[in-house]
Design a protein around this ligand. Structure first.
Ligand SMILES: C[S@@+](CC[C@H](N)C(=O)[O-])C[C@H]1O[C@@H](n2cnc3c(N)ncnc32)[C@H](O)[C@@H]1O
Length: 258
């Protein structure tokens, strides 16, 4: 997808985004806790969520961490950021910019350095992840941590075959992201976390029809409907149960002791 398609996709789904991703009451708190834990977040940290979207996870992280300075929610989609401004929080500051803008210092942030930065499911939208991660690593404090949360190269979602195949074609490899981090001068490690999802079958079909993953925007309406028919035949069960597995690539500045 080119940048214009990406922007159009998020402008279209922004209003419903949180509803799709809330999945169930446990998913957002679970993921937010994994992010806070991996980054060893404390209330004194200067934090940025790059590609924050609607701030769904930053809001939950802030509820737990209570940062002394607001978490910077950085995203190039005005429509996604508007969801943050619609529910203002003293713990969240929206910043309209891309990861590249921050990495290349084209955007001035309120903090000179950042202690903890995460990108959750946004690195696949970055054109040159090596250069961008290097730039982001340079914005870290000596104790700084940089976390990329992403899907692995294969997923076990109950999607139609063509969608799963296209996912595998497009998804960057977490091992490559680990390599980029290492070349940026941070100590990098790759590990995985997993959560079981239980979703009402019709709700999941509606999410696919609403193209809840940007990948689904590469299919026409008729391809989506055909895909849903395929899913309907393969999954007669009323509740779909499947693992949601994430790769966590954590980089720690060499000056830090975590
Ligand atoms: C799948 S959403 C993830 C949003 C949020 N991190 C979450 O997990 O709910 C991807 C987000 O990346 C943003 N994005 C697209 N291109 C980007 C870029 N070049 N730099 C940073 N974010 C980008 C999109 O606007 C969108 O909000």
């Amino acid at each position: 997808m080119d940048q214009r398609d990406v922007a159009g996709h998020y402008a279209e789904i922004a209003a419903e985004y949180d509803e799709h991703w809330v999945y169930g009451p446990t998913y957002v708190p679970w993921m937010s806790a994994r992010i806070a834990e991996a980054l060893s977040l404390s209330s004194a940290d200067r934090i940025a969520d790059i590609g924050s979207g609607t701030g769904l996870f930053a809001r939950e992280v802030s509820r737990v961490v209570r940062p002394e300075r607001p978490i910077l929610c950085v995203d190039p989609s005005e429509a996604m950021l508007r969801r943050i401004s619609a529910r203002p929080s003293p713990f969240l500051t929206p910043v309209l910019a891309s990861a590249e803008d921050v990495a290349d210092m084209r955007t001035t942030l309120p903090y000179d350095e950042l202690d903890a930065v995460w990108l959750k499911e946004s690195v696949h939208h970055v054109a040159d992840p090596g250069a961008t991660l290097r730039g982001l690593a340079q914005r870290l404090s000596p104790e700084g941590r940089l976390l990329v949360v992403m899907l692995p190269t294969t997923i076990q979602y109950p999607l139609f075959r063509a969608a799963l195949d296209r996912f595998e074609e497009l998804q960057p490899d977490p091992a490559d992201i680990t390599g980029h981090m290492e070349r940026s001068g941070v100590e990098a490690q790759l590990f995985h976390v997993e959560h079981e999802l239980r979703l009402d079958r019709d709700k999941y079909f509606a999410m696919v029809r609403a193209r809840y993953m940007s990948l689904l925007s590469t299919f026409s309406d008729s391809e989506i409907e055909k895909g849903i028919e395929e899913m309907r035949a393969a999954h007669p069960e009323p509740v779909l149960v499947f693992p949601d597995r994430f790769a966590f690539v954590l980089g720690v500045q060499q000056g830090g002791e975590r």
